[in-house]
Design a protein around this ligand. Structure first.
Ligand SMILES: CC(C)(COP(=O)(O)OP(=O)(O)OC[C@H]1O[C@@H](n2cnc3c(N)ncnc32)[C@H](O)[C@@H]1OP(=O)(O)O)[C@@H](O)C(=O)NCCC(=O)NCCS
Length: 178
């Protein structure tokens, strides 16, 4: 996983990239995933597949914010071939490391990656009731563009769809892939 930084003890370590198979990162991310998302957590196996795809395919990016060897936050995005929309897949910060700007740093890193890849926008889904995450995304310029009914389970809930436009184009969302 890529990391958004590793500058030591401070309010907000930078993002750094996980470049290959790092069992220590994977174990920590899997533990955080389970702690933060509980029954909705990605399995360690799925996480490994995603990180492998990051390392080998280049169509997605995973970053962590770490202090020394300790992973404090992680995030991932699907960039595809860079011709269309990127998807912000996950953002999470350890409960004891929140409100230090870590998630914001990771979101900025992934948005910059999407822009560099040529993506025209970044999309995401977020639980309607997740006011903290929605505020995080709003503060990074994401706007609500729709809703997916009953998108989430346990508890069942609608998703709010948000988008950050990186470059203006004409035509409907996804038109470039048909
Ligand atoms: C949402 C989450 C990732 C934010 O992580 P974080 O590292 O604490 O976020 P940051 O410190 O970078 O905060 C960035 C902005 O988010 C908003 N924010 C973060 N925590 C907030 C809180 N408790 N109350 C209100 N706004 C908050 C603020 O706008 C904040 O900017 P500010 O501090 O300048 O006001 C974290 O709370 C988390 O892991 N939640 C559980 C998982 C989740 O919901 N992930 C998102 C859906 S996939």
């Amino acid at each position: 996983m890529a990391a958004a930084s590793d500058s030591g003890a401070l309010a907000c370590p930078p993002a750094r990239e996980r470049t290959g198979h790092d069992p220590a990162d994977l174990a920590q991310v899997a533990a955080l995933e389970e702690e933060v998302f509980a029954t909705q957590a990605w399995s360690p196996r799925l996480l490994r597949c995603e990180l492998d795809a990051h390392a080998t395919r280049g169509d997605r990016r995973y970053v962590v914010a770490a202090q020394g060897q300790e992973v404090l936050a992680y995030a991932g995005a699907y960039l595809g071939d860079g011709a269309g929309e990127a998807d912000l897949l996950v953002v999470a910060t350890a409960p004891w490391a929140r409100r230090r700007g870590l998630a914001g740093t990771l979101v900025t890193t992934l948005v910059d990656d999407a822009r560099r890849a040529g993506c025209r926008s970044v999309l995401l889904e977020v639980r309607e009731s997740n006011a903290v995450a929605r505020r995080l995304y709003q503060s990074h310029g994401f706007e609500v563009i729709g809703r997916r009914r009953r998108y989430y389970a346990d508890p069942q809930e609608d998703a709010v769809v948000m988008r950050l436009v990186l470059r203006e184009t004409t035509g409907p969302v996804g038109a470039e892939v048909v």
